[in-house]
Design a protein around this ligand. Structure first.
Ligand SMILES: [Zn+2]
Length: 112
């Protein structure tokens, strides 16, 4: 991994937002996919976080989770997981999170 690669991801979210809507251009999307494939997979393939289908750099999309885009989530490390296009577009992650939260709240357990 080049120094340039880590430098780009070390950029503050403020700087990133100033450059656009936080999504970035094609080079940034490619870098993000490469990071997801490396962090969640073997560098070439990774599984969809939601349906476990095997993804490569063409089919992989960056799903913002746990804070979804609709909730103001950004594409920073720690808030992106690999997802197939279908799961990403149907918001599976957000639905699961909300369901989990509802279950936890309904159980009366106190979360730290
Ligand atoms: Zn999927």
């Amino acid at each position: 991994m080049s120094a340039n690669f880590s430098h780009r991801f070390g950029e503050s979210s403020v700087a990133r937002e100033a450059r656009g809507r936080g999504r970035g251009g094609a080079p940034r999307r490619r870098a993000r996919k490469a990071w997801l494939l490396t962090f969640f997979g073997d560098g070439v393939r990774a599984k969809c976080r939601w349906c476990s289908s095997v993804l490569d750099r063409h089919s992989l999309t960056a799903d913002r989770y746990p804070v979804a885009g609709i909730d103001g989530g950004t594409y920073r490390h720690g808030n992106i997981v690999p997802a197939c296009r279908t799961c990403n577009e149907t918001g599976v992650g957000r639905k699961r999170l909300l369901k989990t939260l509802a279950l936890i709240l309904g159980s009366g357990k106190v979360l730290v």
